[in-house]
Design a protein around this ligand. Structure first.
Ligand code: PBG
Length: 326
């Protein structure tokens, strides 16, 4: 049937009709909220490159976790800034490391909130790379041994989900083996399976103080031009035992989100990264866009592309807006 018998505007006539036929429903339950945890007391310090995002000390986390949970957001993901950096990132797997303390503080305050932990070396190493460096190269297999120690320490502290983000080959299998060997077979793995070497991470590297001190991340993170390779990355992680997959960044990679969604049955997350966030904040601060509408449109687009979960710095604002709208 064609025009004039068919008129697509008919179902757009009223808000009720539009709502009834809406294909994608965005909800606070879709969000995972990233937190940056630092040493010290009473620290709640804005990160200049990411307005509305803070460095917070352990004593701030109970209140933060309660406010996240009260908004209906089911999960946080933790990033830690260590007291000192060294060549292997020792604090990364210390029993009283910053993230290990944060896990305990949040689990005490809000046992129902899912605690996820980013598992990577770049915040902890003095060279800022996501693996062990030898003769200017990032060596893969020795890095896996460190990641195994990291996940065990996170699991011991009470992490529910570990999320390896360093793009080392074999990381998921190595982590699964370590967790199972140490009695943590219930801890899940959300793999940053498809992570591109993206310039959209710029503001995060300020937030996590993790820029590489030499070279770049192109020898381990993916070339933004590649899509088929994303399927190979995801397939390997599925075979190694990933419970959930992630595509990162989100908005410039929605085709990848869709391809991974269509190729695998695992729950899929997309990371709406720092640069995507800060661009919206900057444009909104200039009065060039409507922050609320643009944010909800972006998050809806990510979900429509196939993401079940969205890691986003907008989570608290977006959750509050969605609750007002409901
Ligand atoms: C650590 C890590 C990064 C991000 C998440 N985990 C930085 C990087 O890979 O350089 C980026 C998150 C963001 O930009 O919001 N490897």
């Amino acid at each position: 049937m064609t025009f004039p018998a068919t008129r697509l505007r008919r179902l757009r006539t009223t808000p009720a009709l539009r709502s009834m036929i809406r294909e994608t429903q965005l909800s606070p339950a879709d969000f995972i909220y990233p937190l940056f945890v630092v040493h010290g007391r009473d620290v709640h310090k804005g990160i200049p490159s990411m307005p509305g995002v803070f460095h917070q000390s352990i004593d701030q986390l109970a209140a933060e976790a309660r406010s996240v949970a009260a908004l209906g957001i089911p999960a946080v993901i933790l990033f830690g800034l260590p007291a000192e950096k060294d060549d292997i990132g020792g604090e990364n797997f210390a029993a009283d490391g910053i993230v290990q303390q944060a896990i305990r503080a949040i689990k005490d305050a809000t046992p129902e909130l899912i605690v996820m932990t980013d598992v990577c070396m770049c915040e902890y190493t003095d060279h800022g790379h996501c693996g062990i460096v030898r003769n200017g190269h990032i060596v893969n297999d020795e890095t896996l041994e460190i990641l195994q120690k990291v996940v065990t320490s996170h699991a011991e502290a009470g992490s529910d989900v570990v999320a390896p983000s360093g793009m080392m080959d074999g990381m998921v299998g190595a982590i699964r083996k370590a967790l199972d060997g140490d009695g943590f077979s219930d801890v899940s793995i959300l793999s940053y399976a498809v992570k591109y070497a993206s310039s959209f991470y710029g503001p995060f590297r300020d937030a996590a103080q993790s820029p590489p001190q030499f070279g770049d991340r192109h020898s381990y993170q993916m070339d933004p031009a590649n899509a088929r390779e994303a399927i190979r990355e995801a397939r390997l992680d599925v075979e190694e035992g990933a419970d959930m997959l992630m595509v990162k960044p989100a908005t410039a990679y929605l085709d990848i989100v869709r391809r991974v969604r269509d190729s695998f049955d695992l729950p899929l997350a997309a990371y709406n990264v720092s640069g995507e966030y800060s661009m919206v904040k900057a444009a909104a601060a200039n009065g060039w866009i409507d922050e609320r509408k643009v944010t909800l449109e972006i998050l809806t687009g990510i979900k429509r592309a196939g993401a079940d979960m969205i890691l986003t710095y907008h989570a608290k604002d977006a959750a509050a807006w969605l609750r007002e709208r409901a």
